[in-house]
Design a protein around this ligand. Sequence first.
Ligand code: SF4
Length: 421
Amino acid sequence: MHWPLNSSATDSMENSNKKTGLYIHIPFCVKKCNYCAFLSFPADESPRAEYTDALINEIRMRSAGQEKIRLDTVYIGGGTPSVLDVSQLSRIIKAVRQYYDVAPEAEITLEANPGTLGKKDVVTRTKLIAYRSMGINRLSMGVQSMDNDRLHFMGRIHTPGDVARDMRLAREMGFDNINLDLIFSVPGENTEDALDDARRIIGLGPEHISCYSLQMEEGTPFYEMAERGDITEVPDEEDRETYHRICDLLKEAGYGHYEISNFALTGKRSQHNSLYWNMDDYIGCGLGASGFVYGTRYRNTADMKEYIDHYSILFDDEKCEDGGSTPYEEVHRNSPFDNISEAVFTGLRRAEGISFEDALRAYGIGYPGMDASEKFWMIFSDAETEARSYAENGFLIIDDTGLRLTEKGIDISNGIMSLFV
Ligand code: SF4
């Protein structure tokens, strides 16, 4: 059995052309959630202002020395970008439009957490109108749960009532493309609780739902609580059962399961995240942000002082002419094998899987006189026996055109993907 795809032919074609995206990281949050290992922290007004200036310089610098880069997607994530003042966000987006060629139909997403859009309806409406006027056409909200006690336990700052209100106001203000995140396998939660959360999130009618199993990441309060024995991780078997039952529920509600953790109504897949899974180019700006451009991966420093010091100098045009290499980043030039390996690794996350043709395109070296399957297995000759054994046992589908995980293969996806690394 393969994934319960519920997508139209148009959705499948969404993946066919190379695209370019821009990711902008805003590392600020109102407070740190108990499970969070993302690069985020609370900050006052002054660091936020300084960071905005530095970020705009980086946005400018990464565009310099070449023709305006056409952007198909812009994703402002974090952290919680909606903690920025409207004026700060507006300056950032203005800079993007000034230095890049943002496609008229570009998907422009803002992560806007419930509880950060203002307590009064009039304030929230004003913020949402401002977002719309900046061209933001997709919101992604970290709902995580619709149970008040669970939200509190996770350290979230909002209530289920805040979510319902923000959704209502976002709709009123014309947002017709909204993602809601759901976390399941929270300690103390059983499968029925998680399904109840999923039903309530479906009931809010978003176009897109992302579902993640809670991970106990080192350095988080939850990790320390688990170490002390104060909380217990949900057992794997229960976690997997919950995941599959949520998948079934979402499928019944009309959401296509197009990536391991992502579900969308027809035509509403995340264009930006699809760039990552398709090995398209993306520029990353901001603290700790990473990018993949012309076959090179880079990651910015995660040290705020280093970042601000470096990017707060006002670049003049001459300094920008080098096209933007900076000592405050790690850079790795992908080899052809890195490219094909990453294409398979990320491609297997998608319901369609990865075609041999696409994998070889990422490899970039021709294969005259051989068919794509033959050439693919020549490159991955060490992995073939094990991959075929996964296929015989119903975890992987291998045919003449490519490979993809089955539903039960998702549960051991890391093991299968690691064959191709
Ligand atoms: S809002 Fe998101 S990024 Fe911020 S602390 Fe919570 S989980 Fe982390």
